[in-house]
Design a protein around this ligand. Structure first.
Ligand code: MCN
Length: 830
């Protein structure tokens, strides 16, 4: 039999701006969200949560709550016992990792404010909430470990039983791994005859503030126990529930109906899901729980929260010779599902697009008495990108050179792909020169530099800053073997099934579980092209372990490049199955058939048959070749051999009011290379949303705890989630270097904007303030922080528009591209 001739990709659907099939229901909200589900006899839960960060529970009196109107039961950990299971950690990053048991309901000690101590079951959610206030819990408050750096010193223990706050220490060293040289030698050489940039950066704690709060319904009354949950991971959740409760996997069905966003925050087996599961089983009735926004902010997992100690060694000519990264990562009170591994994902990205000869990474994960941390859009990679892109700017400033030029001096050129990095990854494709050239052109880089110079010279109180981020990331999580080598508990494959219906319509079943990404549309486009059927004739089904029994869900910008490729392979199998049937019906040799645009035709003749006709004939099964099964349905499981590596150049211009500290975004240009784009409209949406999330880390968002461990940014009044009105109109474009790891040539896009944008904005702010002696502003760069940074540097001797202070500093002259020594006050060459 001849090999399948695949239709040329992109002929009809791929690359087309299709509005999302999902839009009508998602945008109007007229769809089935978990909280809309009402089942006969359904009960409702309210959680009683600890107000203390760390305390011993001395007594719980549920009497008054039990007597309240509508209350069916009030339970504590003692009531549920082992039936509720314990939360699992799927990524123990070292065999020695210390991790306390994480019961969904606190047993005798609470370890963060917001931890569940009791649960009220009532006929309505309102009755449950009212009664929850009647549960009397007495606590004996304990000292709380709250500050990450202090916690790392074990001054106060988050879990006294562990005897330390240190959970795991993970190291990568290029000399030991054989991927590069010794970083200490590079540092020593730079210290005597080169440039050393030593910095400490804070990745503040963020909260994945998805639009739909987490919600879960469990119906235990059927043959199977059915859970509906606003989750990103129905398949992983089913496995986790089975593993932690002993209920056979085959008896659990998990459905993720339409889910209103996740951003990594719904990549979790939550205590709430486990409690609802246990109570529905205990009571034999359907049970629902939907969190309030405050509960969501307080007890859904948080993201980021690291201190990064960085040492970059370089020659005086600007060639980087080594990078050393020492991280402290705050786990919060427990090791979450993949929380321990988040910094490890970042470990492979600090070298970014650059050819560093030596690299050392170490990370200490640390417990504190705060909400647990886990994946948040980018998970480890935004932190790494921030660090290296800030450092490259600092290096350029130190050398008095253009930051883009210093990057170019160090980056991998397009002729050098495939390129094995100092962190041991093989980058398959990329063209940093092309993306940067396009971004510069869109941005008007030279003109903005000239304007910056004019403003500096005139002492304008509103200074212009230009920020650069030439990023790459690893996504498409992930090759199962690599995940195994990193001690992750699961694989990274994805599954797809294609069902050819008798009418010629096509059902595509995918294990990817979209929660706003538009898979139904993009996957329809892929199948429409591959099978040559109309886009409208393709139905994509997902998010239900009964309908899509195999899958590993959606995170790590994996759905298209892993799940989409599985769809492509299943489609190719459909064609392969249809070919002998078509040949039989056409009374032709299989070898003489070609398949194009949905039609088999006999080479050199007019004879042909559409795939839909073959589907109907296969369904009727009246006239099939001997021994051929009457089905065109096919499935495929795809396990990639490598990650893929989107990249891009983002340029940001900000105006900084040096009198008030106010930062105003002026221009933002993003030129991303995500290989072949399936749906440009969806991709633009992904980039826009991602940019806003990354910019929000730079400027606005921070989870703040007070000295007692209470989350003070516990509502949207205090947690500054941006709206469209806070941003500007972005200018985006693409260059294309196709990925080599999937047949579509596509790279992931779901996290790119978030990963790239944070350093672009902070670099822009620091760039504006550099003549004032400011070298860093801690995120989020609020007006107060910017103002204080300016005042502090004034105090240290630098100032704007006034007397010349602090002597000369190296300075890049943006208008001429020359290097000189600048006056700190005016930025003018001496
Ligand atoms: N796509 C495309 N062409 C490409 C790459 C992607 O057309 N070359 C399309 C895909 O078909 C898909 C979308 O872009 O419709 C995103 O694809 P992909 O990069 O594969 O990412 P995932 O679908 O795996 O989504 C996960 C990613 C992550 S990790 C976070 S976090 C995130 C994100 O998606 N959370 C989101 N985007 C989000 N968007 C919404 N609306 N809500 C979230 O919670």
């Amino acid at each position: 039999m001849t090999a399948v001739e695949t239709p040329p990709i992109g002929t009809r659907e791929i690359g087309r701006d299709r509005r999302r099939k999902e839009d009508a229901r998602l945008i109007t909200g007229r769809t089935r969200w978990t909280d809309n589900i009402t089942l006969p006899g359904m009960l409702h839960l309210a959680m009683v949560r600890s107000p203390f960060a760390h305390a011993r529970i001395t007594s719980i009196d549920t009497g008054a709550a039990k007597d309240a109107v509508g209350v069916v039961d009030v339970v504590t950990a003692a009531d549920l016992g082992e039936s509720v299971g314990v939360c699992i950690n799927a990524w123990p990053i070292t065999p020695e990792q210390k991790a306390p048991t994480h019961p969904p309901i606190a047993v005798d000690r609470v370890c963060f404010a917001g931890e569940i101590v009791a649960v009220v079951v009532a006929r309505s959610a309102a009755e449950a909430r009212d009664a929850a206030e009647l549960v009397e819990v007495e606590y004996d408050e304990l000292p709380a470990a709250l500050d990450l750096k202090e916690a790392a010193q074990d001054t106060v223990l988050a879990h006294p039983d562990l005897g330390t706050n240190k959970s795991a220490y993970w190291v990568f060293d290029s000399a030991q791994a054989g991927t590069g040289g010794d970083v200490e030698e590079a540092i020593a050489a730079a210290r005597t005859d080169g440039v050393l940039i030593e910095r400490e950066y804070r990745q503040q704690r963020l909260i994945p503030a998805f639009m739909e709060p987490r919600s879960v319904v469990v119906d235990p009354t059927g043959e199977q126990i059915t859970m509906w949950s606003a989750t990103q991971i129905p398949h992983i959740l089913r496995f986790a529930l089975a593993a932690t409760t002993g209920v056979p996997e085959s008896k659990i069905r998990v459905i993720a109906p339409d889910v209103g966003g996740g951003f990594g925050g719904k990549l979790q087996q939550t205590p709430e899901e486990m409690i609802v599961f246990a109570l529905a089983r205990r009571l034999g009735r359907p049970v629902k729980y939907t969190e309030t926004r405050s509960e969501s902010l307080m007890s859904g997992h948080h993201g980021r929260d690291q201190w990064q100690k960085l040492t970059l060694a370089a020659t005086r000519e600007g060639k980087v010779t080594g990078l050393k990264v020492e991280l402290l990562a705050d786990l919060g009170a427990y090791v979450a599902l993949v929380g321990g591994g988040v910094p490890v994902l970042g470990a492979f990205m600090f070298n970014a697009i650059y050819k560093f000869p030596a690299y050392h990474f170490s990370c200490q994960t640390v417990f504190t008495n705060k909400t647990w941390t886990d994946a948040y859009r980018g998970a480890g990679r935004p932190e790494a990108t921030f660090a290296i892109e800030r450092l490259m700017d600092e290096l350029a400033a130190e050398l008095g050179r253009d930051p883009l030029e210093v990057r170019e001096q160090n980056w991998i050129t397009h002729e050098e792909f495939p390129f094995t990095t100092v962190a041991g990854l093989e980058y398959d494709s990329g063209n940093y020169e092309a993306a940067t050239a396009r971004a510069k052109e869109m941005f008007g880089y030279d003109e903005l530099r000239a304007e910056q110079r004019r403003r500096r010279e005139s002492g304008d109180p509103v200074q212009l800053g230009i920020g650069i981020s030439t990023f790459t990331e690893m996504c498409g999580l992930a090759p199962s073997r690599v995940l195994g080598s990193l001690d992750y508990g699961a694989g990274g494959w994805e599954h797809a099934q294609i069902r050819m219906l008798a009418t010629g319509k096509v059902e595509v079943v995918t294990g990817a579980s979209a929660h706003g990404q538009g898979h139904e549309t993009a996957f329809s486009q892929i199948v429409a092209d591959r099978l040559g059927v109309p886009f409208e004739d393709v139905e994509v089904l997902h998010g239900d372990t009964q309908i899509a029994p195999k899958g590993l869900d959606t995170y790590g910008s994996r759905s298209l490049v892993v799940g989409g490729e599985a769809v492509v392979r299943a489609a190719d199998k459909v064609i392969e199955k249809a070919r002998p049937i078509a040949a039989h019906l056409l009374e032709a040799n299989v070898e003489d058939l070609e398949f194009k645009d949905g039609r088999f035709s006999v080479r050199g003749t007019d004879a042909g048959l559409g795939l839909t006709e073959v589907a109907l004939a296969t369904f009727a099964a009246h006239n099939l070749p001997d021994g051929v099964e009457p089905s065109l349905d096919a499935e495929a499981t795809f396990d990639p051999v490598n990650f893929n590596f989107p990249h891009g150049t983002h340029l940001c211009a900000v105006e900084v009011d040096t009198e008030t500290g106010q930062v105003k975004l002026r221009t933002y240009v993003a030129c991303d290379d995500i290989g072949v784009v399936i749906n440009p409209l969806i991709v633009s949406g992904q980039v826009h949303g991602g940019l806003v999330q990354g910019i929000a880390q730079a400027l606005w968002e921070e989870a703040v705890y007070d000295e007692s461990g209470t989350l003070v940014s516990g509502s949207f009044v205090d947690y500054l989630l941006p709206t469209a009105a806070d941003t500007i109109s972005f200018q985006i474009d693409h260059t294309t270097s196709p990925a080599k790891t999937n047949s579509l040539g596509a790279k992931g896009v779901g996290e790119a904007g978030t990963i790239a944008s944070t350093p672009a904005v902070v670099n822009a702010i620091v760039d504006a303030l550099r003549p004032f002696g400011v070298h860093d502003v801690q995120m989020p760069c609020t007006p107060e922080r910017v103002w204080r940074a300016l005042r502090q540097s004034e105090g240290e001797g630098a100032g704007a528009g006034g007397e010349t202070v602090g002597g000369a500093m190296p300075h890049f002259d943006p208008s001429t591209g020359t290097q000189g020594t600048a006056d700190r006050t005016t930025g003018a060459d001496e």
